[in-house]
Design a protein around this ligand. Structure first.
Ligand code: DLL
Length: 436
């Protein structure tokens, strides 16, 4: 088995990749103009001649599509194909109101399957290995997305879905799966429980995504599960998981499968394109999608793009997602993503990566408290509650480091083991915003 799933495309010289992208873009624009009234009207209103868009370098002339446009056109208003050609429907995990609906044609499902298969190979998976797929099955794209990609690759899929941790561990022990896919926070829950029980598992690779995570969490999961952990990124609006994936030997950013998803980074306020390496909002144009193609879709995810000339693959890489611009906290005028605190935790061997930020408002002043736990060894050595000095010292140290790194004073509370909420299968919210 090669180290690629689709070697020709994954290593295509950039010049050739651009030619491919430009061809796809022209068909996309013509399709949107002809088949999606929302876009046809937009072009008319903004006096855009669809024929004038000839290459990805012209994209910046076009307006963005926003999540709100999907809500306004709920449920099927942005589909570019008649219902009978829509093969599958998924929804994004909206927290309030109506979900965001996406539709796939047969060809879209094939693309979805292919990019997940490419991603799995980059993550270290090979045909014949078993995939313990603990992403949720259902409207969420994680479960089915990984499932079909893994089947296509020739893996044996164990479709456990999320939750029921006891059963997950039993299956990991009994089946000896080599690869696991789940959210990073759930990987941590599993690692904790596996170590508690001293369960013998056979995992080698973990494909983690669907929520922001950092190097600190990577270290914990790699140690706890005995795996190489890589990042898989995606969103339902664009296709689902497999928009980008990290290579297990490189572990320094995720290749965006650029033949299908054209990325840009723009300034979060002005919308102006930003140069390579600079953090901003990630924007995608779906070059090849049929069911619900999107033009310059603002993901709200904050990251940067870079070309890694030392990589085995040519496609652009994205850094880790720091957070979503709509989830960014502004505390006393300072912008804060929870991942910034997570990064600091790495420097404290005695602390675990189980933490939550509690945001409060008193007398119109916002405050953040970091609730965090020690790691297992410390709880085994120190009787919690009896060693106040030790706890106070550790809290003080963390408080200082956070102030130093993040530029904000936060209260720090180290709590007894098991106090901080854990992922029970899916995405975990690290922020408890008590102001709302
Ligand atoms: O979370 C798709 C997915 C499933 C990705 C399984 C990876 C693995 P949605 O529910 O539509 O789709 O949520 C998309 O989740 O805009 C990001 O904010 C966040 N997200 C997804 N992957 C990552 C990641 C799936 N690797 C939203 N790192 C996106 C950080 C991620 N955030």
């Amino acid at each position: 088995m090669s180290i690629f799933y689709n070697q020709r495309i994954e290593t295509l010289p950039l010049k050739e990749l651009r030619v491919l992208q430009n061809g796809s873009l022209k068909s996309l624009i013509a399709n949107l103009d002809k088949n999606v009234p929302f876009y046809a009207n937009l072009f008319k209103e903004q006096d855009i001649d669809p024929g004038s868009i000839k290459s990805v370098d012209d994209l910046h002339k076009l307006p963005f599509t926003k999540k709100d446009d999907l809500r306004v056109n709920y449920p099927f208003g942005l589909f570019s194909k008649p219902q009978k050609e829509i093969n599958r429907i998924h929804c994004s995990s909206g927290t309030t109101g109506k979900p965001t609906v996406v539709g796939y044609t047969k060809a879209d499902i094939e693309i979805f399957t292919e990019v997940v298969a490419r991603s799995l190979v980059a993550a270290g998976a090979r045909p014949g290995m078993k995939l313990h797929n603990a992403y949720g099955y259902g409207l969420f794209t994680g479960g089915l997305g990984l499932h079909y990609g893994a089947e296509k690759l020739g893996m044996s899929v164990v479709p456990v879905s999320g939750g029921m941790t006891d059963r997950q561990i039993m299956l990991l022990e009994d089946f000896g799966s080599e690869v696991i896919s789940c959210t990073p926070s759930y990987a941590l829950t599993l690692a904790e429980e596996i170590n508690k029980r001293n369960a013998k598992i056979n995992l080698k690779y973990a494909v983690l995504g669907a929520e922001p995570w950092t190097e600190s969490l990577r270290q914990e999961v790699e140690k706890g599960l005995g795996v190489k952990a890589t990042n898989i990124y995606g969103l339902s609006e664009i296709i689902g998981p497999g928009v980008s994936q990290e290579d297990y030997e490189e572990q320094n950013g995720s290749h965006i499968w650029e033949d299908h998803f054209f990325p840009e980074i723009v300034d979060k306020d002005s919308g102006e394109p930003l140069p390579e390496g600079q953090d901003g909002v990630l924007v995608f144009t779906t070059l090849t999608k049929e069911g619900m193609p999107l033009l310059r879709y603002r993901t709200n995810d904050i990251t940067h793009l870079f070309y890694d000339r030392d990589s085995k693959r040519t496609h652009v890489k994205m850094g880790p997602v720091k957070g979503r611009s709509d989830d960014m906290l502004i505390i006393r005028g300072v912008n804060l993503f929870h991942t910034q605190v997570e990064e600091v935790l790495k420097e404290f061997v005695e602390l675990s990566i189980n933490y939550q930020l509690i945001v409060t408002r008193e007398n119109s002043l916002d405050g953040v408290e970091v609730m965090v736990e020690f790691n297992e060894e410390v709880y085994n050595k120190v009787e919690f509650g009896n060693d106040q000095d030790f706890i106070k010292n550790a809290e003080g140290e963390l408080k200082r480091k956070i102030k130093d790194r993040v530029g904000l004073s936060m209260a720090v509370r180290i709590v007894d083991k098991g106090t901080v909420p854990r992922s029970v299968g899916g995405k975990l919210s690290r922020i408890d915003d008590q102001r709302i």
